[in-house]
Design a protein around this ligand. Structure first.
Ligand SMILES: [Zn+2]
Ligand SMILES: [Zn+2]
Length: 353
């Protein structure tokens, strides 16, 4: 074991603070990564504050962070994918059983024995996994991704969660040139959804409640912006969408969007509203429409997404902060006061004792 610097939460009420943690020494298949940037995902905040206690009770100290990019500092003797000095990235998963039907088909995200990047039982240490708000991490090479050299590293970090979460369902539901695609909500996820749908060649319509987001949406790649509170504007698009990506985590009426789908259209949820959503059955019956959900993506698909981003030069729009501002960033995240993802510059962790 070796010591790594990190920022941790010690209970659900205290702010995150500087700490030292023990990481495992790399085993033959492991890659040790110096973390350069780590994105702040809304789920970090949920877990730090134990807001998912029903599904995933938080174990303290909790070190969040699953949008990790950095550089390889050590490679185990059996590592073939990476060498010291290579850029590397880690997303929401660090291990799985690799033998179940899901893993065999490249759907590690659905593996019943998946290991998430933080706050999850760690078979190596007997404790829980520690995430990316740290100066280093050790991960099995199979769960480490390659970053195209042309991408801005800070902007690439959010691709590991926000990116794959929006890319995977678009890929699955066949978003391509000639399709009409809606994206609901222009936050961390939604802004990636707009970029991907645009790069895939679709006609992109962004739905928002905030008229002041219009300019940004157009800049990010939307062809049209609809103010969702305006019933007339909504009605103009009735029955016309092939696919709608719903990236809203707040309570909202999805029936308003289901009615905009054409025959066999699909609305996919990637946000997770706390309360159950009401669905009017007729909105699904008419037009054989469907409603789906999607979490992150498999490892191979995540690499494919990163390569796609490399070809199209896609990164997240980010606000880079030193780790000392992480608690302030959480407060701002709650007010949706970020364009569009906070990313921690991990060099700032060197200033901590
Ligand atoms: Zn995330
Ligand atoms: Zn599996």
């Amino acid at each position: 074991m070796y010591n790594a610097k990190a920022y941790s939460a010690t209970d659900e009420k205290s702010p995150l603070a500087s700490t030292t943690i023990a990481r495992r020494d790399p085993t033959p298949n492991d890659v040790q990564i110096e973390i350069l940037f780590c994105g702040i995902c809304h789920s970090d905040l949920h877990q730090v504050r134990n807001e998912w206690s029903g599904v995933m009770p938080t174990v303290y100290p909790c070190i969040p962070g699953h949008e990790i990019v950095g550089r390889v500092t050590k490679a185990g003797s059996d590592v073939t994918k990476f060498k010291v000095g290579d850029l590397a990235a880690v997303g929401c998963m660090v291990d799985s059983d690799r033998v179940c039907p899901e893993c065999r088909q490249g759907f590690e995200q659905f593996c019943p024995n998946l290991t998430l990047t933080y706050n999850f039982p760690d078979k190596h240490t007997g404790g829980v996994t520690y995430g990316g708000y740290s100066d280093s991490i050790v991960v099995d090479q199979q769960f480490v991704l390659k970053i195209p050299a042309n991408l801005d590293l800070a902007g690439a970090a959010p691709l590991l969660c926000a990116g794959i979460t929006t890319y995977s369902p678009m890929h699955y539901w066949g978003v391509t040139k000639g399709k009409k695609v809606g994206v609901v909500g222009l936050g961390g996820l939604g802004h990636m959804g707009v970029k991907f749908a645009h790069a895939l060649g679709a006609h992109v319509v962004l739905f928002t409640t905030s008229p002041n987001k219009k300019e940004d949406a157009l800049r990010l790649g939307a062809d049209e912006v609809v103010i969702s509170r305006n019933a007339d504007e909504m009605a103009k698009h009735a029955g016309s969408f092939d696919f709608i990506l719903d990236a809203v985590s707040a309570d909202h009426d999805i029936n308003a969007y289901l009615g905009l789908l054409r025959r066999d259209g699909n609305l996919c949820l990637v946000g997770a509203p706390e309360k159950p959503l009401a669905v009017a059955a007729f909105n699904l019956l008419f037009g054989r429409r469907s409603l789906s959900g999607s979490p992150i993506g498999g490892i191979a698909e995540t690499q494919e997404m990163l390569n796609f981003c490399g070809r199209h030069n896609i990164t997240a729009d980010v606000e880079i902060i030193p780790i000392q501002k992480v608690n302030e960033a959480y407060d701002r995240l709650l007010k949706a006061d970020v364009k569009y993802r906070f990313v921690i510059d991990m060099a700032s962790l060197k200033n901590e004792a």
